[in-house]
Design a protein around this ligand. Sequence first.
Ligand SMILES: CC(=O)Nc1cnc2ccccc2c1
Length: 446
Amino acid sequence: SSSSSSENARFGRSGSLSSIPPPAQKIDVNPPKGTRDFPPEEMRLRNWLFHNFREVSQMFAFEEVDFPVLESEALFIRKAGEEIRDQLYCFEDRGNRRVALRPELTPSLARLVIQKGKSLSLPLKWFAVGQCWRYERMTRGRRREHYQWNMDIIGVPDVTAEAELISSIVTFFKRIGITAVDVGFKVSSRKVLQEVLRYYSIPNNLFGKVCIIIDKMEKIPIDEVKKELRSAELSDEAIEELLQVLSIKSLTKLEEKLGAAGEAVADLKQLFSLAEKFGYSEWIQFDASVVRGLAYYTGIVFEGFDREGKLRAICGGGRYDQLLSTFGGEDIPACGFGFGDAVIVELLKEKGLIPEVGPQVENIVCYLDPDLQGAAVSVATILRGKGQSVDLVLENKSLKWVFKRAARINACRLILVGSSEWQKGEVRVKNLSTGEQYEIKVDKLE
Ligand SMILES: CC(=O)Nc1cnc2ccccc2c1
């Protein structure tokens, strides 16, 4: 233990006495249920994925933001019957405050926008990559945390914002080798639903709840959906009409059904024509059944899906023009998406697209004679001063050991500090890919 108690100080690190007795039994060395460790190999894959998230976000001139993982529970209390609410990882802290581990990033973003208020010059283009949490009863072995990439555009009411967001996701997919043959986007607008509900004079306050019920359509039997819609005070006629409209998969048919005057048709037509200009038409399709499972969406919604139909949604998002006022702020038009780190990795595995990301280091420096430890340290430090990466062998190890380690860490070059060379101010260098060997003055190393 590294406790600085005087006891340790007196006997030093290797003191025979320890001031702390060993635990009675071994602690559980696994991470908490539903959570993951990231040892080096897994961390390299995660860093590769997040690097691509960040590169695309920066290519679209988005600025990175982040928020606390811990938020007031109130930020996520919505009454629309969302799964994300049922699984909120919430608790009372030591100050008796109701808090929650964030299940998503958008409410935090809204909170920050309200907090910054007039000092922000719109539009904002913000992105974040953050860990989100859920607490599932009797975890069905499902994870309780994942990382989500979010991109949001705040202050642009026009559909061109949603088109831009979809373009950024398409750009991301292309970068990692995913094509329109592998995935697509189902696109719709909640204004379709709004126009049907208005026709049947369903009160607006039921809108969120109806969306959440419909979002479950693919997951629960249709009779259950109808039962829940009936309990949400929809007439049988309204339910039948609603389900009929939600089965429409062509914009032309939608226009025949709703007429050309409504915003839903106008927005979607504009989006599909912008898709042409962005060059991702073959990636998107209209599908009125897409509503997404978050209550606050108000307009265009979309979700990325794998065309083989084996996996859950890869990503999803949409317009949320009235989220800020639910927190007491002035409404500002906004849209965004969330992209989790789990399904995409399953997809990459399916497609054989997991990248080979091994460790990489330029130099490994070792000393053959125990008296040359200081010399090795100075060689490593000179190389690092030149911006090179160096694995310094910290103890006097055999050459056999050093070669084995050099291979494991995939070092490019071996620098041997030996006494005969060191007399001449030189070191021996071995290029580990070509095998080439030579001796060189230390300050000539580059
Ligand atoms: C496939 C997967 O891991 N999904 C997942 C995992 N953890 C979450 C945590 C919070 C919200 C949504 C989550 C979703």
